[in-house]
Design a protein around this ligand. Structure first.
Ligand SMILES: [Zn+2]
Length: 238
């Protein structure tokens, strides 16, 4: 089945529940706009959904071999931004994650891997489930024994293929903190992405002036111990 809304098209080998699917796409786009002022450009986004893993793998084996190890993938094909996934219990999560990548890559010529994956991991969970999710509780628990993500290690991740599960979690946690810790921390991330959007190269986030001024890293452990995602992304921030 096929459906289309503006520049976004869906092709599915099964009935994916279009109402809910569009709702999820809209939610991700709205949150990206509200949180970090990132918006789709209007170039085509194609969402291609397979009936099962076998069908997904057969289709992508020759064209996108890196899809083999993953449940879903975002792939840029010239001016067309494609999201591939297959029917499974995690389809909604996978779809939200990859649509986040598609919109980020439309708006920005490049971005650090940890921000790319951090926002995708953050937005893959619907807003209402975030503060009670198992990874939020795990992070709070780990923070009690001294953990907080290290920006230095995140900034030295060489490639997406090399990222391990801990690095995904730390990217998520760091992004989560920047979005919710304070107005200054969120503004640092927004301004950093705005510079990249304008075609400038702001250097590493940790050395970005707004980041340094926010002093957010000096408060990371206490943020994760006490306040992780208590602030809703719906609060009225500029
Ligand atoms: Zn990803």
């Amino acid at each position: 089945m096929e459906d289309k809304r503006g520049p976004i098209e869906v092709y599915a080998e099964f009935d994916p529940g279009l109402r809910e699917l569009w709702q999820n796409v809209d939610d991700v786009a709205r949150e990206l706009r509200e949180l970090v002022a990132v918006e789709p450009t209007g170039k085509p986004i194609q969402i291609i959904l397979f009936r099962d893993q076998g069908s997904y793998l057969r289709y992508l084996a020759s064209s996108i071999p890196q899809a083999r190890k993953r449940r879903a993938i975002f792939y840029r094909n010239g001016d067309v931004f494609q999201v591939y996934a297959y029917r499974s219990r995690t389809l909604t999560t996978d779809l939200r994650h990859e649509v986040t990548h598609a919109i980020l890559h439309q708006h920005l010529p490049f971005l650090p891997l940890w921000i790319d994956e951090g926002l995708a991991e953050y937005l893959e969970e619907p807003e209402s489930l975030r503060s009670g999710s198992s990874r939020t509780r795990t992070a709070r628990w780990k923070a009690r024994v001294g953990w907080s993500p290290s920006i230095k290690s995140l900034e030295s991740i060489p490639s997406a293929e090399s990222m391990n599960a801990d690095e995904y979690t730390d990217s998520w946690a760091m992004t989560c903190m920047l979005l919710n810790e304070s107005d200054a921390s969120r503004q640092a991330l927004r301004d950093y992405l705005a510079m990249i959007h304008k075609g400038e190269a702001p250097g590493p986030f940790s050395k970005f002036q707004k980041t340094v001024e926010s002093e957010v890293f000096s408060r990371s452990n206490s943020y994760f111990r006490k306040t992780l995602i208590r602030v809703s992304s719906n609060s009225s921030r500029p």
